[in-house]
Design a protein around this ligand. Structure first.
Ligand code: MG
Length: 304
């Protein structure tokens, strides 16, 4: 990078000519000559810089080896530039953060318009103090809720808090769940000093894969899941590629590109049943008043 012209004219050490120190307080004749030489040098430098073509680093190369697939060179300048996304802001325990600019916001603390019941009705879950809460049993339009939008490969951010004071043990304490396609469960559970079967604790792939660590915060504290989900692919009625999931729980990697075995179930071995390329997300009503806030999704597409 070239410096701005104003910095070229400033009497800084960086742009003095060799052996041409600048001393603006010296009035001796020899110093005046040196001043004159210095100014000439700076003017010449400025003019030569101003008239030189703008410097531009190479945008890429096409004389490099081809990448697998035979479409792009290594460092190819002709590939699409990634979309510009304005990052969101992180949450604190007291204040909910903001979603990135390209996210589909599923709950921002105000209403449940993005959610429906199994029958397609408006959700009966409670909205209070900027949170959505699993309602008491038998609440009209309570029960599990699904997103009205459907998603395939996606990034999901969700914050939840287990009820406080805690009640119950094992699976009966702060139980909910986030289900991709409405059927693949990432478990939500109060796993703070609460033992249960490991493939059923918080951040487990329910009935299949325990998390790599128990990163649970205490009941009442906000907890965060950041998830990368790759939808399963089916061909001719069979699984061509399983779903994959990567999960960070409160910033800690707990599921690292785990292949999902299929539809989650209780005391059953998960297996796949073919479905479409997109499906809803589901939140589970397990009769515990788990709270949620700041839920958003970024549908993902593969960059060519
Ligand atoms: Mg659950």
């Amino acid at each position: 990078m070239f410096p701005a012209p104003s910095s070229l004219l400033a009497p800084s050490r960086a742009f003095r000519g060799p052996g041409l120190p600048i001393n603006t307080t010296d009035s001796r004749p020899s110093m005046k000559i040196k001043h004159h030489s210095t100014l000439c040098f700076l003017a010449t430098a400025f003019l030569s810089v101003a008239s030189a073509p703008a410097y531009a680093a190479a945008l890429g190369y096409t004389d490099t080896p081809m990448l697998p697939g035979g479409k792009w060179h290594v460092h190819d300048p002709n590939r699409s530039q990634p979309t510009v996304v304005k990052p969101g802001t992180p949450s604190t325990q007291k204040k909910s953060g903001k979603a990135p600019s390209d996210a589909v916001v599923l709950f921002d603390g105000t209403n449940l318009s993005k959610w429906r019941t199994g029958k397609g009705n408006a959700s009966g879950w409670t909205v209070e103090d900027g949170t959505m809460v699993v309602p008491p049993k038998n609440t009209e339009n309570g029960g599990d809720i699904w997103t009205r939008d459907e998603f395939g490969d996606c990034q999901v951010h969700i914050e939840w808090a287990a009820p406080t004071p805690p009640k119950g043990d094992s699976q009966e304490r702060g139980n909910s769940g986030l289900f991709f396609f409405g059927i693949y469960e990432l478990q939500i559970l109060d796993s703070y000093e609460n033992k249960t079967y490991p493939d059923g604790q918080a951040a487990s792939i329910y009935g299949q894969q325990p998390p790599l660590a128990n990163a649970s915060r205490k009941p009442g504290d906000w907890q965060v899941y950041d998830i990368a989900f790759t939808a399963p692919r089916f061909k001719d009625g069979k699984v061509e590629q399983p779903a994959y999931i990567t999960v960070f729980h409160n910033g800690i990697l707990v599921q690292n590109h785990v292949a999902i075995l299929g539809t989650s179930g209780h005391k059953t071995l998960a297996s796949y049943k073919p479905h479409g390329a997109q499906g809803p997300l589901k939140l589970q009503d397990h009769n515990d008043p788990v709270r949620f806030r700041n839920i958003w999704v970024r549908p993902l597409k593969t960059i060519e």
